[in-house]
Write a protein that binds this ligand. Structure first.
Ligand SMILES: Nc1nc2c(ncn2[C@@H]2O[C@H](COP(=O)(O)OP(=O)(O)OP(=O)(O)O)[C@@H](O)[C@H]2O)c(=O)[nH]1
Ligand SMILES: Nc1nc2c(ncn2[C@@H]2O[C@H](COP(=O)(O)OP(=O)(O)OP(=O)(O)O)[C@@H](O)[C@H]2O)c(=O)[nH]1
Ligand SMILES: [Mg+2]
Ligand SMILES: [Mg+2]
Lengths: 292, 280
């Protein structure tokens, strides 16, 4: 991992045991490579390394007996701080139902995460209702209904011939009648560059007035993560992010990219396909994982 | 990169940036740029106009080693079996629908095997694609053994004298040993029924995936003998540059690309077009 590579770098450049600013520069190059290999976006890496460089040439590193370890500590701290900060709590509206909208690219894990969030809320003695607003993907509604059945959570649907805005409008109405205190809206996957579909999301937002708009993003996403996150955030104003498939072996640099470019908190992570595989986001664990 | 530029360190840095942002991968990019730097020196190339064709050629040579790689190697006188594998959500089921349509249009009799017996709505999803493409789907109940479904589908395809059998499998992450074992079993069951099958095992890769795609190609290759790649969601802004490293290291060719969510959004891979898009 990075620790070994920094050791190698130090072996080559170390003279009399004292580390110079030039030595730190070589170490920062290793950090940069490690972050790029972890899929952190090119520009985010540039900004991050510039931020850290200053601390990395500080006394704590230059005077340390283990400068390699010290650099890692500095980088790890900075990464953790960057990705952490806010609590991963879900919003609660003063006037129920609290409305949560799930958005993101095709196949990211929105429908599955919608089910997981419903279970999470159930465990907290809430009564969520799911709204099937994906009218495009074959058997999308069926997929959500099967999850609802597994969890014993109501699913509102008007089939795939009705406009999603109307589905959401009637779904929220139904949730109020049934005294459900949370509404989770599953939307169709779409490209951030599909104007018509992004406009549809905007219309759903206008109708539903959500308390949370969560961008669901696949942890194995590469450089494109910044484009996707930035675009969804600019067009909708996200409230948070759900990072899925973290049970894989990807380093997950997309987490840093998304946080850096939107400033929005990663609230939950998906750790599997089952409905109980949802965990709060731990920035320190993510930092170590990214650094490899 | 398209305007006339002096070939200097700034030029190479900008090139690195473009390629890394296309998910080509930092190691592959450094190798390629070092090569290019040497060739520019050797051939005394001083402007970008002279270097760009060299660069394009380099990439195209990696991606399109020989013409026949881009087509599918299926027998023309008996049943051809294609197994679709890959991680969760990449587009396996959708790609099968599109490919069924392609084969049907070419006059072939196609059958689909609903090998994802795990995920909610998976069988229904494939059935809708079967309807759209006008082909039959062999399925069991949800929760049944995927190997049994595929076995059943082979029997049905042979007795109905089908030309092509497309087998869907559940998405799975490559680091899940039990799921990769399950996939290996499906592969072995196919082999046992038809010794030279599956004639193609296609790894479906999402163009938005970063460096993890290399690990996917390696481990799926070990579990199920991957013969080619379908690169999906190229209609987005991701470039899918990771396929260059995959071709370089594992000699796996991209056979098709997915360009959307409709029945006809599947195209044979064109190396030149792909490389031009990398620099767009
Ligand atoms: N291993 C793992 N698989 C996941 C996770 N989250 C979702 N999946 C799987 O990823 C695939 C896609 O999930 P979906 O919920 O259908 O994704 P989606 O975003 O709703 O897809 P579209 O509606 O087509 O845009 C399914 O196979 C899920 O089981 C996770 O955290 N870990
Ligand atoms: N834009 C775009 N979307 C695609 C493409 N291929 C598939 N999709 C979408 O990606 C999502 C996932 O597709 P699926 O076919 O369910 O993927 P899968 O690999 O079978 O998923 P699992 O079985 O859950 O692992 C769906 O919303 C598809 O419509 C493509 O080429 N372009
Ligand atoms: Mg969905
Ligand atoms: Mg599928």
């Amino acid at each position: 991992g990075l620790a070994d590579r920094l050791q190698e770098t130090l072996k080559k450049i170390r003279g009399k045991g004292k580390v110079t600013e030039a030595d730190v520069k070589s170490m920062m190059r290793e950090v940069r490579l490690a972050l790029l290999e972890a899929d952190v976006n090119f520009k985010v890496v540039k900004d991050f390394v510039n931020r850290v460089k200053e601390r990395a040439v500080g006394q704590e590193v230059l005077k340390s007996l283990t400068p390699g370890q010290q650099v890692i500590k500095v980088v790890n701290d900075e990464l953790t701080q960057l990705m952490g900060g806010e609590q991963s709590k879900l919003a609660t509206s003063a006037r129920p139902p609290t409305v949560i909208m799930m958005v993101g690219l095709q196949g990211a894990g929105k429908t599955t995460s919608t089910g997981k969030l419903a279970k999470y809320l159930q465990n907290q003695n809430r009564s969520p209702m799911l709204i099937a607003a994906d009218i495009y993907r074959p058997a999308a509604i069926k997929q959500l209904e099967v999850l609802g059945e597994q969890l014993d959570v109501p699913v509102f649907s008007l089939g795939n011939k009705e406009n999603p805005v109307k589905i959401v409008q009637q779904g929220i109405q139904k949730a109020k009648e049934e005294h459900c205190d949370y509404v989770l809206i599953d939307t169709a996957g779409r490209l951030h560059v599909d104007e018509a579909l992004m406009d549809e999301l905007h219309q759903i937002k206008q109708e539903a007035n959500p308390d949370e708009i969560l961008l669901v993003i696949d942890a194995m996403t590469g450089q494109d993560a910044v484009n996707v996150a930035q675009s969804f955030n600019e067009q909708l104003e996200l409230s948070g992010v759900v990072l899925t498939k973290l049970d894989g072996d990807t380093r997950g640099g997309a987490a840093l990219s998304v946080k850096a470019v939107t400033g929005k908190p990663i609230k939950f992570v998906g750790m599997g396909e089952k409905m109980d595989a949802l965990e709060p986001f731990h920035p320190d664990r993510m930092a170590s994982r990214i650094l490899g | 990169l398209s305007r006339y530029r002096k070939v200097d360190e700034d030029f190479f840095e900008e090139l690195e940036e473009i390629l890394i942002q296309a998910d080509v991968g930092v190691e592959t990019v450094m190798e390629l740029v070092d090569d290019l730097r040497m060739e520019a020196k050797k051939n005394k190339i001083v402007d970008s106009e002279g270097l760009k064709p060299l660069l394009t050629e380099k990439f195209v040579d990696i991606l399109a080693k020989s013409d026949e790689e881009e087509t599918l190697n299926i027998p023309d006188d008996r049943l051809g079996v294609i197994l679709f594998v890959g991680v969760n959500g990449v587009g396996k089921t959708t790609t099968i629908g599109k490919m069924a349509h392609l084969f049907k249009n070419a006059g072939k009799k196609v059958i689909l095997a609903a090998g994802d017996t795990f995920r909610a709505g998976a069988i229904e999803q494939l059935e809708v694609w079967g309807e759209r493409a006008g082909v039959d789907v062999i399925k069991h109940k949800p929760g049944s053994d995927p190997a049994a479904v595929v076995f059943d589908a082979i029997q049905a395809a042979q007795s109905r004298q089908a030309d092509i059998l497309l087998c869907d499998t559940a998405g799975r992450l490559q680091n899940k040993k039990n799921l990769m074992d399950e996939l290996n079993k499906v592969h072995r069951v196919i082999k046992r029924e038809i010794p030279d099958a599956p004639h193609e095992t296609l790894l479906v890769l999402d163009a938005t995936t970063g460096q993890n795609a290399l690990s996917q190609a390696k481990l799926f290759g070990e579990a199920a003998g991957v013969t080619g790649i379908v690169l999906t969601k190229l209609d987005g802004t991701a470039k899918g540059g990771i396929v260059i490293a995959i071709r370089n290291e594992l000699d796996l060719p991209v056979k098709y690309v997915g360009l959307g969510e409709k029945l006809d959004d599947l195209q044979p891979f064109q190396a030149e077009q792909f490389v031009h898009a990398l620099f767009a």
